[in-house]
Design a protein around this ligand. Structure first.
Ligand code: SAM
Length: 193
């Protein structure tokens, strides 16, 4: 898929979406106590920016990047309206990933590009944290990408981030009562240094 087609695909999806329905991902929402009191944070492939809004509300200097100009424009209007400061950029992160040692916190949810992981690790400052949540192959429902390449294999986040200190990992797969729990996704929080 060319870069333009990739952006077009997401632009079309965001054209029809309302901003009010947006929430931060569980990996961030349930672990706010791990955030530093100050520092800078990046919501990468932010979509409508549920994570970015929460990060900025925690007092972090927040950036949010996404390939979709429409998503970024909607997030800009929403955050300006509520006076929530977020530095926004329409950016293809596979072409222009974050630079080395540039963020204290990086949050990536429901976006999986394995070639980007070494760049994310480099982009963390010493002591910095990555919050990652993505769909898994061992699913219990139809949410998430149909192409299995965009889903994580068992424990894959642990290997992708093995260079970091694991702070939290959760992957329930198809174990136990499938009507309850954290299903279809895995979450990881890891620390550099
Ligand atoms: C499933 S959405 C997830 C959005 C948000 N992180 C969330 O959890 O709600 C995937 C996002 O990745 C963005 N995206 C896809 N490819 C991208 C790329 N190469 N660079 C930046 N963003 C990209 C899409 O525009 C879309 O907003």
């Amino acid at each position: 898929m060319t870069l333009q087609t990739k952006a077009d695909k997401w632009n079309k999806i965001y054209e029809g979406s309302e901003h009010d329905a947006v929430h931060a991902a569980k990996v961030l929402e349930e672990n706010l106590h791990l955030l530093p009191i100050s520092g800078n944070a990046l919501d990468l492939a932010c979509g409508l920016g549920g994570n970015a809004i929460l990060l900025a509300q925690q007092g972090l200097e927040t950036s949010a990047w996404d390939i979709s100009r429409i998503a970024i424009d909607k997030l800009q209007a929403y955050s300006e309206n509520l006076s929530i400061p977020i530095q926004l950029e329409a950016r293809d992160v596979t072409v222009t990933p974050p630079t080395a040692n540039s963020f204290d916190i990086i949050v990536v949810t429901r976006f999986l590009d394995r070639t980007l992981i070494p760049h994310l690790i480099d982009a963390l400052r010493e002591g910095g944290l990555i919050f990652y949540q993505a769909f898994i192959k061992d699913k219990t429902g139809d949410t998430g990408p149909k192409n299995p390449d965009y889903r994580l294999a068992e424990n894959e986040l642990l290997s992708l981030f093995q260079a970091l200190q694991i702070i939290c990992y959760r992957e329930e797969g198809t174990v136990g009562d499938l009507k309850r729990g954290f299903r279809n996704e895995a979450m990881l929080i890891a620390r550099k240094g």
